[in-house]
Design a protein around this ligand. Structure first.
Ligand code: PEP
Ligand code: MG
Length: 582
């Protein structure tokens, strides 16, 4: 048995279909001077062909067009094309070699930046390079499309385009050697409902084409050539999951109410508008967090007012009459945007980020706010959320900019909706302790536990070395959450939670006990959280929380919570295995 990261849940049985692109060799030779123009033409023709094949794929899979658009943009990137062209004309390298050299250079720049987000972008550059190369050499995609229906695709890595192409073949599962739970392959595999285990080291060496294989995408397990006993065991696991899944599905669409009548809103976190249909199908009652910074990623220029208005408008339209909370950009730290040139920082997580960046560069913030206000006003729906607010001064300064832009729009004859609500993310410890004051200047709170835990416990949320210290049930975190919710209640404003821990069914009773009005999470997590909350009494949740707050250690709080959940809803622990990857 090999282990990896369970990136898309479900158990699948099938036969290995190996794709090992790394073995493909490409020509590497110097060309005579007079052939350079011809080689450049070959390069450009291959780019055109690769673009056409991506456009064709995009038409077949419109839900994933954002990722494919990003790849299309990369294909036009001067750094890639001019770089390759220079290798041909200056160094007389053949087109394949030149392209690979340019890809190598771009990768090197991403390497130098070295955080998780750029690691993902690095593989995007590889995929784009691969597609152009295969257009030049006429190889590759035939092999992917040749996967039979019962195939478990085993590869070193897959591009999002590969994953979509594979979905057309309805393969049983995906196993790759690289990639994590947040990679494009993982996100798409989940969206396509294909079990996937990523980061499974050496699997392409260990698996033989045609071998029987079991993939447990929930537990992150890959079993090669299983015996009868193992096959029976995994069939048992699959049956259990199928029953639980059917139970979850039956409840999709019902409001989330505890047995003693406490209503909790369940909302979706989204990065791009295209995620909304799937989130609604999972029973999300709206969007609790739109991470608008994703509009900046992969763009050479800053998005203009119209681009913001269109993206926000698309979200509001896709939601019908359901609510949407649109967050202003949270660029900086681990989320970088090409068009935003930031100074080199030793500690980006403690640097220019989100609203601080907006206040340092007001035109950028003004443009986005105008786009948001236009989209919201035209529909009289939607609210604006401000990330990383750490003081009353910052909040007041951003609100002043917003007020000025609303007046300006009115002066320009654009109707402005006065019902627009403005919320604050509570994700800095300082914001927790001045929550009563912040509440005077805003209409709602959204608690961002991803950052609140990072900054409370002093651990980098993307650093695997300290991942074990990332504890939502740390007494210091629990008390901060209690204080923030208490401030909202004292001031009579709604408070929701939008960090990843909202998607963990085993934590749901604690969040219920804290009194959050709504939880916002990746859409696919909504059914399992609803399942738990509709079986746990609010009274019991409050009693559980009170006991948790009396503990000294995270370990003791965790034991209390696990015990209470296990007693009330034993299935929640099985749901948890899938939750870890949602
Ligand atoms: C958070 O910090 O919890 C949050 C939801 O925001 P992000 O993950 O985008 O920083
Ligand atoms: Mg945050």
């Amino acid at each position: 048995m090999l282990e990896g990261i369970g990136a898309s849940p479900g158990v699948a049985f099938g036969h290995v279909h190996l794709i090992d692109r790394r073995r493909a060799t490409h020509p590497k030779f110097h060309i005579p001077e007079q052939q350079a123009a011809l080689e450049v033409q070959r390069l450009l023709a291959a780019v055109t062909e690769a673009r056409l094949s991506l456009i064709a794929l995009k038409e077949r899979a419109p839900d994933h067009s954002a990722i494919l658009d990003a790849h299309l943009l990369m294909m036009e990137d001067p750094m890639l094309l001019d770089g390759a062209r220079r290798y041909i004309t200056d160094e007389k390298r053949c087109a394949e070699w030149a392209l690979r050299s340019a890809v190598h250079d771009i990768r090197g720049r991403f390497d130098a930046l070295g955080d998780a987000y750029f690691r993902e972008r690095r593989s995007d550059v590889d995929f784009v390079g691969d597609r152009i190369l295969s257009a030049m050499t006429n190889t590759d995609s035939g092999r992917i499309e040749a996967a039979p229906k019962d195939a478990v695709v085993v590869a070193h890595d897959l591009s999002p385009a590969d994953t979509i192409a594979l979905s057309k073949r309805k393969v049983r599962a995906i196993v790759t050697e690289v990639g994590g739970a947040t990679s494009h392959t993982a996100i798409l595999a989940r969206a396509l409902d294909i079990p996937a285990v990523l980061g499974c080291a050496h699997v392409t060496e260990r698996a033989g084409a045609g071998d029987l294989v079991i993939v447990d995408g929930s537990a992150g397990e890959v079993v090669l050539e299983p015996d009868e006993a193992l096959i029976a065991r995994y069939h048992g696991v699959a049956d259990e999951r199928a029953l639980l899944f059917a139970a979850l599905q039956r409840e999709v669409g019902q409001p989330c109410v505890t047995p003693d009548g406490r209503r909790v809103g369940l909302l979706a976190n989204i990065e791009i508008p295209e995620e909304i249909p799937a989130a609604l199908a999972s029973g999300a009652e709206g969007v609790g967090l739109y991470r608008s910074e994703f509009l900046y990623v992969n763009r050479a220029e800053l998005p203009n007012e119209q681009a913001h208005a269109e993206a926000c408008g698309a979200i509001l339209d896709a939601l019908g009459d359901k609510p949407a909370t649109l967050r202003t950009f949270d660029i900086g730290s681990d989320k970088m945007a090409k068009a935003v040139k930031l100074p080199r920082e030793h500690n980006p997580a403690l640097g220019l980020r989100a609203c601080r960046l907006g206040l340092a560069r007001p035109p950028m913030l003004r443009t986005q706010l105008r786009g948001m206000v236009r989209a919201i006003s035209a529909r009289q729906r939607g609210s604006i959320l401000l990330p990383m607010i750490g003081s009353v001064e910052e909040l007041v300064a951003v609100r002043e900019i917003l007020d000025q832009e609303m007046h300006q729009l009115t002066a320009e004859g654009v109707p402005v909706w006065r019902g627009l609500k403005v919320g604050v993310m509570i994700e800095l410890p300082a914001a927790v302790w001045i929550a009563d004051e912040l509440a005077r200047y805003c209409d709602f709170f959204s608690v961002g536990t991803n950052d609140l835990i990072q900054y409370s416990l002093g651990i980098d949320r993307g650093n695997e070395q300290v991942a074990h210290l990332y504890q939502p049930l740390h007494p210091g975190v629990l008390r901060a959450l209690e204080h923030a919710v208490g401030a909202a209640k004292r001031r009579g404003i709604p408070v929701s939670l939008c960090g990843e821990c909202a998607s963990d069914p085993a934590l749901a009773p604690v969040l219920l006990g804290l009194g959050f009005d709504a939880l916002s999470m990746p859409g696919q997590a909504v059914p399992r959280v609803r399942y738990v909350l509709s079986r746990f009494r609010f009274d019991d949740a409050k009693a559980l929380l009170a006991e948790c707050l009396r503990q000294e250690r995270a370990r003791d709080v965790e034991a209390l919570v696990t015990d209470a959940v296990q007693r009330a809803i034993p299935q929640a622990i099985a749901l948890l295995r899938d939750a870890a990857h949602g």
